[in-house]
Design a protein around this ligand. Structure first.
Ligand code: UDX
Ligand code: ADP
Length: 467
């Protein structure tokens, strides 16, 4: 296929990756027609809602792009067959959660959705189709996709239907909350594949807005592994600084000062050194666990153990926080009111997957605390689902607050878990007057100013500084 033949793109999966990625491609390539399909009809309806506040995901700047591309060259639909058969290029962008049962449970990725998508492509594609794996996947998944597509191809050949496929890996490096900027100005685009024509076709799509020298082409497996390795390295930095945060609290050092001092070393760099309640999101833990699983599979137990420790520290950090809350509140939170500010795994997203808030809130609820939770973008239905996963013997008591003052009314403590903009520069004099006395502020994201809090008579504990 010659690259200039790409006219129609289909993306399977209208989630946090597929939605924003296709919106930006549609915006930058007005000559391409892009259809995003999903088995979840409700999600498709939400993407098509005329009220842009009802888009299924919150991502700064996304509504602006949707408003100029949707209906022009970007379409969200449930019409799987036609969208795939018309497409020259199909992106697979479906969920790949960690397996919960069977071989590799708790570590390996569940590829059911990827496999189902590949089967749909195999069934409906016509002529030559470039299939691109976009979901975060373990190394060698492209091979599995190839095998599914080739099997279908052999069957069709018997029926004298000619269809051919090229499989590419094109991992996504966008971070939620900054997805639009990451897509519009990526550090690099990575494309893995052996079929040069297919690779060039995809390069040409990106060259509509990404300089050629930022598009790295490599083989399939290097591309797949680079994604896992990049996320593992990023997560490792967070666990490293979080381990140092505990050290700072014990010694009187300040983790922000330490991060600043080490970050000025060019070899270390100043990004991803913010201590906090641990990393969340759909990728980091899943990717590291994949790496751990594959290391074991390939007979590299020391490598597996090394990366697993990044996850161990992450869970430990979350547990450490709830235990500190407990300890400061005289060893018990039973019946005490605690406000939670921020439930998403980071600011500027409504995503709660693997959010530290889930584990920390669950532990506090298990201890008998009564929580009032405020988050500017996460819905109460989402929180209910997240907290339902845990059994509290019917003792689960939490409520959603519609504002920060409502959340803080009559509480014994407030725990800040996400660095939403609106949590900075709050009027703590006023907020302190709403809280019970003596009350605590637990700040895990370095949001508040120590002097300001202490002037109000509130007690303060800051992660990486202590009290
Ligand atoms: C990550 C990768 O950054 C992205 O390249 C990949 O494609 C998907 O996974 P994402 O999970 O959306 O993106 O957000 P990111 O900004 O990386 O944050 C992940 C978690 O780490 C969040 O919980 C965040 O609060 C935490 N974090 C990040 C810190 O605790 N400290 C930091 O310094 C940076
Ligand atoms: P990500 O963060 O990787 O984008 P999401 O869970 O947000 O993950 O989105 C994945 C989307 O893929 C979901 O909306 C899900 O309904 C969709 N999906 C999963 N399997 C299929 C499939 N076989 N065909 C179409 N859509 C699918």
């Amino acid at each position: 296929m010659s690259s200039n033949k790409i006219q129609k793109i289909c993306c399977i999966g209208a989630g946090y990756v597929g939605g924003p990625t296709m919106s930006v491609i549609a915006d930058k390539c007005p000559d391409l027609e892009i259809r995003v399909v999903d088995i979840n009809k409700e999600r498709i309806d939400a993407w098509n809602d005329s009220d842009l506040n009802k888009l299924p995901i919150y991502e700064p700047g996304l509504d602006r792009i949707i408003s100029r591309t949707r209906g022009r060259n970007l379409f969200f639909s449930s019409e799987m067959e036609k969208s795939i058969s018309d497409a020259d290029m199909v992106f697979i962008s479906v969920n790949t959660p960690t397996k919960t049962k069977g071989l590799g449970a708790g570590q390996a990725s569940d590829l059911s959705w990827v496999e189902a998508s590949a089967r749909q492509v195999a069934k409906y594609a016509k002529g030559h189709t470039i299939v691109i794996e976009k979901s975060t996947l373990p190394v060698r998944t492209a091979q599995a996709i190839k095998e599914i597509l080739n099997t279908a191809n052999r069957e069709d050949q018997k029926n004298q239907i000619s269809k051919t496929f090229s499989v590419l890996s094109n991992p996504e490096f966008l971070a939620e909350g900054t997805a639009i900027n990451d897509l519009e100005k990526p550090d690099r685009v990575l494309i893995g594949g052996e079929d040069l024509e297919a690779v060039n076709a995809l390069v040409n799509v990106y060259m509509n807005w990404v300089p050629r020298n930022q598009i790295i082409c490599t083989n399939l497996w290097s591309s797949e592994l680079s994604k896992l390795a990049a996320n593992a390295f990023l997560a490792q930095r967070i666990s490293s600084i979080n381990s140092i945060s505990a050290f700072c609290e014990a010694t009187g050092a300040d983790v922000k000062e330490v991060a600043k001092a080490i970050g000025t070393d060019k070899r270390i760099g100043n990004q991803f050194l913010r201590a906090g309640p641990g990393f969340g999101g759909s990728c980091f833990k899943k990717d590291i666990l994949n790496l751990v699983y594959l290391s074991g599979y390939f007979g590299l137990p020391e490598v597996a153990k090394y990366w697993n420790q990044v996850v161990v520290i992450n869970t430990w950090q979350q547990d450490r926080i709830y235990k500190i809350v407990l300890e400061k509140l005289f060893g018990t939170v039973n019946g005490k009111n605690i406000a939670i500010l921020g439930f998403s795994f980071k600011a500027n997203t409504n995503d709660t997957r693997e959010s530290p808030a889930i584990r920390i809130c669950s532990e506090l609820l298990e201890e008998g605390a009564v929580l009032s939770i405020y988050d500017p973008k996460v819905s109460s239905e989402r929180i209910e689902e997240d907290l339902e996963k845990f059994s509290f013997n019917n003792q689960c008591i939490w409520k959603m607050a519609n504002s920060i003052p409502e959340a803080l009314k009559n509480v014994d403590a407030v725990l800040i878990l996400t660095a939403w903009d609106e949590f900075f520069g709050l009027d703590w004099n006023y907020l302190a007057s709403l809280m019970r006395s003596p009350a605590w502020v637990f700040d895990t994201r370095s949001v508040v100013n120590r002097q300001e809090i202490e002037n109000t008579g509130l007690n303060l504990w800051k992660l990486g500084e202590g009290d």
